[in-house]
Structures are given as C-alpha cells and as structure tokens.
Ligand binder design. Structure first.
Ligand code: GTQ
Length: 345
C-alpha cells in the first residue's frame, strides 16, 4: 500500500533534514532546475546609455584618484546578476576613467583583459614593457599574467571599456594577482614595434609563443574599419550580422584571447537583421552609428559609446539607421573548445 501523500511529504522532509546535517541533499528536488531543456540564464538584456554614465564617470573622477582606486572603474552589472560584478554569467565589464596626468599603477593577474576605447585619445597602457597609445575604436589586449599600468599624459579624460574573464576564472578558483615593484614599468619598446612585428601577417623568425594569447596586443581601429568597408564593397552581407570579423592571434589564426572572443561588425545604413541567438551571452559596444537591438521583443535604441548585453539563447535582431559599427565580446572560445557552443537563426 502506498503511503498517503501528506505522510509521504512529512517523511521525506524528515529524511531531507536528517541528511542535510551531513551536507547531502536529494537530487530529485532540484533535477529539473539543473538539467534544463534550454539555457536558463539569470542574465537579462540591458543597455547602458553613454549620456547617463558619462556624467557619473566625471563625478567619480572628483571623488577618487586613479592611484587611490588602483583602477577607477564603474562596473556594469547585469540587472539579473546584481552584486556579482559581472555583465554576463562569465564576463566582467567596466568603464575605466583616467584623467590627464594620472597613473593606474602596475599589477598583473591570471585574468585576461581587453580594453576597448570609447572616449578621448592619448592615454596609454603598458604591457610587459611595451607601451601603446590608444584611440577610439582600438582594441587592446592585456594577456593573462602580464604586468600592465595605464597612464594619461594627454590633456583630456579618457574612457575605455574593460572586458575581463573574471567570473570564469573565479568559477575555476584559478586567480592570482600581484602588484608591480614600481608604479610604472620601464619601457623598452613602443607599440609601433609590436604592430610592425606581428600586425602584417608576418612574424619575426626568432619568435616562439609563450602563451595562447596573441603576441599582437594592439589592433588599431583604422585597420579594422578599413577591412570592414572593403568587405562591404566586395562581399554579400549576412542576414543576421551584416559584415563581421573576429580578432585573431596572427601567429595561430586562433582567438586573440583564449578565454574571450572579440569581434567587430558593420551594419550598413538601413540594415534590418533577422533574429539570431547563440549560447554565448554577448556584450556589445557601439563605435559608430545609431540603430536598435530588439532582444526577446524588447527594443534597445543604441548610439555611439553605448554598451548593451544580449543573454544566452535569447533571440535578438540588430538594426541600423545610420551605418553602424559594433564591437563585441563573449566566452565563445571557451564554449567552442568544450564543444558546448550553439547558434541558431
Ligand atoms: O585595468 O587591470 O576594470 O585589474 C578590473 C580589474 C580593470 C585593470 C578592471 C582590473 C583592471
């Protein structure tokens, strides 16, 4: 005879309480939340307007120095992940402000970082003794465990988007960090040297890779932009993403950063993309143009320097009024190497 339902519920509860003390718990109570038919992300669609955040960055500039803050950054927190310092489940995003004359002191960490320049010109980042002066639209890499410091010898404030794999590295409990001996690294190369050695589909004959990260760490906007324009002249556009390139490690042809996939795309004037979705929640930063991203039926109007996020597996459509250029990043390389990545359109 099966037990009456009320008795069964009571007995189960007693059993759960008993095993709970020894850190055991029944799978059948959580199975359907763990193994879901499709991705069940807490990540929500959202757009951060430049016109909203720029005054707040300036206010932050009056409240604390870059030196005191170590990094003066406003973290872009996903509304579904508040308090967890992340824009998607696996990726971090922040807007870093560096004022004229300031220095953000040298340190290194196991997390990889990208800088995508949104505002200003003339600040630099130094990576392992090489210095690069940055302009709007440039993509710059800080490889895992490389010393880096930032400085602004120009006469204007500079803002860039920091993208890091912080949540991913935290998940794996593989994070290390140390401060540099000196606030600024001694510089033995200029960034022009890096571009000359690795930025021309060639490499120095003596070069031997020390890591999976691209030895080219500065991808100037001019070159990326020219490639996209040429693609537009010669090629047929994709129904979802217009013209889209991914940044590569020029030596291996693989991703520029092993944990973060980075892309730049051009949407011609009047472009109306068909719905697209993929398992890599993606962060977009607008370089040029205006348009909208319709995510799961909700429309987010975008313009230059805005940042928005498209969560895993939610269908979204990109539309451009004026011709638009969008930078984006996600954990796609990680998902692909683990055979997890999917897309649909
Ligand atoms: O510039 O090294 O936004 O370590 C967060 C953590 C920037 C940086 C961030 C960091 C940095």
């Amino acid at each position: 005879m099966p037990m009456p339902q009320a008795d069964a519920t009571r007995e189960r509860k007693t059993f759960y309480d008993k095993i709970d003390h020894a850190n055991c718990t029944p799978l059948w109570e959580v199975l359907h939340a763990l193994v879901t038919a499709t991705p069940n992300t807490p990540c929500r669609p959202y757009l951060w307007n430049w016109s909203t955040v720029w005054p707040w960055l300036q206010e932050a500039g009056e409240l604390i120095t870059a030196r005191e803050a170590e990094r003066r950054v406003l973290v872009l927190e996903n509304p579904g992940l508040r308090g967890r310092s992340r824009i998607t489940h696996s990726m971090y995003a922040g807007l870093q402000l560096i004022l004229p004359g300031e220095v953000a002191p040298a340190h290194r960490h196991s997390q990889s970082a990208l800088r995508f320049i949104l505002h200003g010109q003339g600040a630099y980042t130094a990576v392992d003794g090489e210095k690069v002066t940055m302009n709007v639209g440039d993509f710059v890499i800080t490889p895992s465990w490389s010393f880096h410091d930032h400085g602004n010898p120009s006469d204007q404030p500079m803002v860039w988007l920091d993208g890091l794999d912080l949540p991913l590295v935290e998940l794996l409990d593989a994070q290390f960090m140390e401060k540099g001996e000196h606030e600024r690294q001694s510089i033995n190369h200029s960034a022009g040297d890096n571009l000359a050695r690795f930025g021309n589909t060639m490499k120095p004959v003596e070069y031997r890779p020390r890591s999976r990260t691209s030895p080219l760490f500065w991808y100037p906007y001019e070159r990326t932009r020219a490639a996209l324009e040429t693609m537009k002249t010669h090629g047929s556009q994709h129904a979802c993403w217009g013209y889209k390139l991914q940044y590569t490690n020029p030596v291996t042809g693989d991703w520029a950063i092993p944990t973060i996939g980075t892309f730049m795309q051009l949407l011609p004037r009047g472009f109306k993309g068909i719905p697209y979705r993929s398992t890599d929640s993606t962060v977009y930063a607008v370089v040029e143009g205006t348009g909208r991203c319709v995510i799961d039926g909700e429309s987010f109007e975008f313009g230059p320097k805005d940042v928005f996020v498209c969560p895993s597996w939610m269908p979204y459509q990109l539309e451009a009024d004026e011709q638009a250029v969008l930078f984006s990043y996600s954990d796609r390389p990680v998902q692909q190497v683990l055979d997890l990545w999917r897309e649909a359109f």
